[in-house]
Write a protein that binds this ligand. Sequence first.
Ligand code: FAD
Length: 347
Amino acid sequence: SPVFSSPYLSSHVASIPKFISTLILAEHEDGAIKPSSLSAVAAAGALSEGNSISILLAGAGPSLEEAASHAASIHPLISQVLVANTDKLRYPLAEPWAELVHLVQQKGGYSHIIAASSSFGKNILPRAAALLDKSPITDVTDISGPQLFVRPIYAGNALCTVRYTGGDPCMLTIRSTSFPVPSVSDDSKSNAATISQVDLSTFNEDAVGKSRYVKLTSQDTERPDLGNARIVVTGGRALKSAENFKLIEKLAEKLGAAVGATRAAVDSGFVPNELQVGQTGKIVAPDLYMAFGVSGAIQHLAGIRDSKVIVAVNKDADAPIFQVADYGLVADLFEVLPELLEKLPEK
Ligand code: FAD
């Protein structure tokens, strides 16, 4: 189980496994591995040199095979791609996926199992950990050793160093914004990993049908993904309506940015829930974060702390957002946004 690290503990060197071998629970879309899962590969690379990394993919249909080829060639750190091709895993539901992880772990005996801290990873990894009788360590932002991890607590106001002492496998979710994927030269990509099918003959069918996939509703995919975007433009309650929120969307379009929102804006129905940034929304770490009519509540700041440059526009000079902003403008957003839109060139 995870314990808090203290200076007294550091003299007790935790038992370090002789071989580090990591299983990544990966998400794929349109025949490609999602960037957040590649960040999990980057995190696995930080565990130790010579880590043997396997990627686990599941689903059904031709896009799964395409995703497997993509996974095999995308990064030299990946040595094996395991594919579970079955209709029972067509959709990423927690129950059958957790069963799959259990099955693969029994055969592979991995020292670590990692998923990105996305809806996918947050849904599946804790259930898989329960089946394996392990305590997962979630939202890891830094890896100091194979069993020493840093994670934020109190909505990001403090960082906690956790030493894992629970035996193999050590199960982690990682914040993808903290593990950028290093660019890989085309030469090293040609070192393709092996692709193997998972033997599902002992797959526990009891896990199937406990939850049911209904439908996927997603925003248009032309905009960058909020979790990985280089620029994020966020609107708060001050936008007052869905109609006015289009000003934020237009600015994002001109800047090639992702759109974000505060919980107040989401709760008021201006934009869908998936655009919420903060403690209970998405964590972002763009090069540029622009906040319009956002007060800067602690729960919102928890999601934007790692942004490189924060720009805030708020008509209240005492708004807390100005305490974290690199550039602040005390002004009415209904004057600033039209002016910005007019002055910025068309994309
Ligand atoms: P407000 O706090 O109402 O701020 C609006 C701001 O707009 C004000 O500062 C005002 O001065 C300014 N303004 C008004 N008119 C104009 C104008 N014309 N021009 C310029 N500025 C103007 N919130 C999140 O965002 N994300 C989360 O994940 C999240 N999780 C939460 C979890 C919990 C458990 C709780 C209790 C709360 C959570 N919240 C979260 C809510 C959070 O506490 C705040 O209520 C919320 O962030 C406020 O949103 P806001 O800044 O849009 O609205």
